[in-house]
Design a protein around this ligand. Structure first.
Ligand code: UGA
Length: 432
């Protein structure tokens, strides 16, 4: 099929490349010329495993993937995926303005097309947004009726940063939300090659339910981590190893072994934003989402517990403290909502001299905290430090050992169970 993907963020670029891999003809549209040039040159604008290979294979003269800044490109396609950002307002609620502007531009362009076209919302949006906001804008701009003259669908995305290409090509499930048959048929045209190849579960539903499935998925996972963190904190207080407990409960099929790593909690661009948006949406309807509120509160508490564990061993005022790992998880340079931020803030409140290290996320962190020190290596950060706080479990951090012997006082407070407890270091695990 001929597909257009509006937006070249981490979802847009990844799915455009993956659609090309499935054999579709794809055009990726973005307002940023540098990003468009990079994609056309086969150069990924974001750090994602496997993406460079896909771009190299599918861009270029005989390729089936190209990028452009020109919205007119949608006219030569059958289906358009809207992959634009959905940031949050100050109260945590969703800010749909970028989606609205994109839908307006798309509607204006599609008004020139007589043939049927399906628009699929890929971005995470609060239930009702596709039907009440996006469809209404498209109908207005095109002066046509959804379900009669054009189709609208909603197809939530479950990609994880760092493994997005793999997650797309080997999904657990594909959710197709549509309010009319023809839009659903078009979405089948796009996804059937994937469903057959990956043997993925298929969920067919309406757009509102598809939107909620995404929030429920992320809320459940975030709450699962917060629950194991709550249990982990109890374990720590009672002198029990939460990881041994998690290994055992994970054997129960009803619980499952994944997402049971307790520690500093969740960050990134998705869990914090999505849980905040769905809580705000619930509240605006008069429902108090007690469980998700608690999940958020526990997540906010974990960095504070890490810092107070450090306080019990060493007063860090005017002393050097190493922060190991800045990315919100290993395998990415993304620092949005990383737990490193509250950790750094806590250290600043204590007037510590902070020396941070991350294999790839340090450049991004420099923009947020230009005044702290950044080491070239983990060993460099540890040298002469009075305490170390482990924030991200990069493999190279898990392999550290004798490097701790260069610390002024070898206090290691581990937020991710990255380091082995051993003689010669004062070791505290957050939940073990
Ligand atoms: C998450 C979801 O996993 C994806 O399915 C979803 O598509 C994506 O959000 C999104 O909405 O776009 P991602 O944010 O890339 O993906 O990261 P995850 O790998 O899910 O990790 C989220 C956070 O939870 C990380 O900070 C991680 O360190 C933390 N975590 C995860 C734990 O603390 N313990 C665990 O056991 C698992």
């Amino acid at each position: 099929m001929h597909l257009s993907v509006v937006g070249s963020g981490y979802v847009g670029t990844t799915i455009a490349a993956c659609f090309a891999e499935l054999g579709h003809n794809v055009v990726n549209i973005d307002i940023d010329e540098d990003i468009v040039d990079a994609i056309n040159a086969g150069d990924p604008p974001i750090h994602e495993d496997g993406l460079a290979e896909l771009l190299e294979e599918h861009t270029g003269e005989d390729g089936n993937l190209r990028a452009t800044t020109d919205y007119q490109a949608v006219l030569d396609t059958d289906v358009t995926f809207l992959c634009l950002p959905t940031p949050q307002n100050d109260d945590g609620s969703i800010d749909l303005s970028i989606m609205e502007a994109g839908a307006e531009q798309l509607g204006k362009t599609l008004a020139e097309k007589d043939a049927w076209h399906t628009v699929v919302v890929k971005s995470t949006v609060i239930p009702g947004s596709t039907e009440d906001v996006i469809t209404a804008i498209l109908e207005d701009e095109m002066d046509r009726e959804a379900g009669v003259d054009f189709g609208v669908g909603m197809n939530p995305e479950f990609l994880r940063e760092g493994t997005a290409v793999h997650d797309f090509l080997d999904p657990d499930k594909v959710v197709l939300g549509a309010d009319d048959e023809r839009a659903l048929e078009d979405m089948h045209g796009v996804f059937d090659p994937l469903i057959e190849r990956a043997d993925a579960h298929l969920v067919e539903t309406d757009t509102r339910t598809a939107e909620m499935i995404k929030y429920a998925n992320n809320s459940f996972l975030a709450a699962k981590v917060s629950l194991i963190n709550d249990i982990g904190n109890i374990c720590k207080e009672l002198g029990v190893d939460a990881y041994e407990v998690a290994d055992a409960i994970g054997l129960d099929d009803r619980i499952g072994a994944k997402f049971l790593r307790s520690g500093l909690g969740w960050g990134g661009s998705c869990f914090p934003k999505d849980t905040a948006a769905i809580r705000a949406a619930a509240r605006s309807e008069g429902y108090e989402p007690a469980m998700l509120d608690a999940a958020t509160e526990i997540n906010d508490t974990q960095p504070k517990r890490l810092l107070s564990m450090m306080d019990r061993h060493v007063d860090v005022e005017n002393k050097r403290v190493a922060v190991l790992g800045l990315a919100f998880k290993p395998g990415t340079d993304d620092i949005r909502n990383t737990r490193a931020i509250p950790v750094i803030e806590g250290l600043q409140e204590r007037d510590a001299e902070i020396v941070a290290y991350d294999p790839i996320a340090d450049e991004n962190m420099r923009e947020v905290y230009p005044d702290i020190k950044y080491a070239e290596s983990a060993a460099g950060a540890l040298d002469g430090a009075s305490a170390t706080l482990v924030v991200t479990d990069w493999e190279e951090i898990t392999e550290l050992d004798e490097e701790f012997d260069t610390m002024a006082t070898p206090v290691v407070i581990d937020g991710r169970r990255a380091i082995d407890r051993r003689d010669g270091i004062v070791y505290e695990g957050l939940t073990w």
